[in-house]
Write a protein of this length. Sequence first.
Length: 412
Amino acid sequence: MFELPPSCGTAVSLEMSTAESLPSSAEIVIIGGGVMGLSAAYYLTERGIGRTARGDYSGILILERNTLGSGSSAKPLGGVRANFSDPANIVLGQRSLAVYEQFSETFGVDIHLNKVGYLFLGRTEEERASLEQSAHEQRLLGIDARVLSPAQAQELNPYLNPDALTAACFTPNDGHASPAAVVEGLRRALVAKNVQICDHTEVLDIERTAASITAVLTNRGAVRTSTVVCAAGAWSKSIGEMAGVDLPVEPTRRMIGLTPQQDQAHCPPRIPFTLDLSTTMYLHNYSRGLLLGISHAEEPGFCREYSNAWLAEFNAAASIIAPELENPTLASGWAGFYENTPDHNALIGPSLTVPGFFYIAGFSGHGFLQAPAAGELLADIIADTTPFMDPRPFSATRFSGVGTPWKELNII
């Protein structure tokens, strides 16, 4: 069971069970049972993909090597935002936020959406100009994005040292929510449609001919299929290799700390999700405490053991930006993965060389907040319907000479 903090509402029970038997065939196999794989599956059903003669969607099979939401989706609290610098990312964030705003009505699960806003901090004149340009791009797409003075930023987050800042960009309609609750809501919707879900099922290989994919081999047997979606998060590179597709995704450990929960009289002030562009330090409320973190220097790899190695960099940043938070007392910590691409932007699309292979991966730390729109976009591609946005910037071929890598500034 995923237990939410006391002020966040009722705990969400992730009622996951492995299917008694692995189906021998499926119209489409989705590898990865995190928020990306589940979102893609949901929007595929909305487009009629996987529908059988019985009227259900058992033609879709989701394979998860562990339990649903246990990979990159396993974070304790996920940011949701449209506060980006590039229009493509703004659209994905904006469209996903709209889904999260209606999630409890659509899926029957409260995701504890807390619209405290996002506050990106700038400490140089170059960063100030970048934040102004980002806010301009967001406003063109209908986002309420405000460039603030250092003093105005401190009014929103009293921990901040205004003398260290040049400007800030605030988007009041952004915030954070519970990834575990989102996973559970999607799971319930898919189970209701009879989508097949097999957890504790590890993919070992993908069989194919020159013309098509023929099967997915797992530790529980083979599944005949001609269509595969890689939604394997940090493990996507190896899945791509099985199909002969280059997916440049590297897992990188990220760690956060949680301060002790306080009684009501001593709760931290309500603050936006606050991120410093220069140091990558970030913080936000977590029930009656704070969640603290920084994208510290870390070699790529699959180590997910928590340590306090990040604290030295956090303390150095806090001493400048938020001195009150230097050397924090921590009650607990957590380690998870970023699934990074070389340009830190997502991979969404079809393979141009292996028919029937599709991918939705490499979100580089902003997957949860883009998952609904990303899943919808991939479903549009697979269903061969007109997508709501141009998917070409997200093609993995941009790293092999077809297309161009691009830079997103509002990431950490």
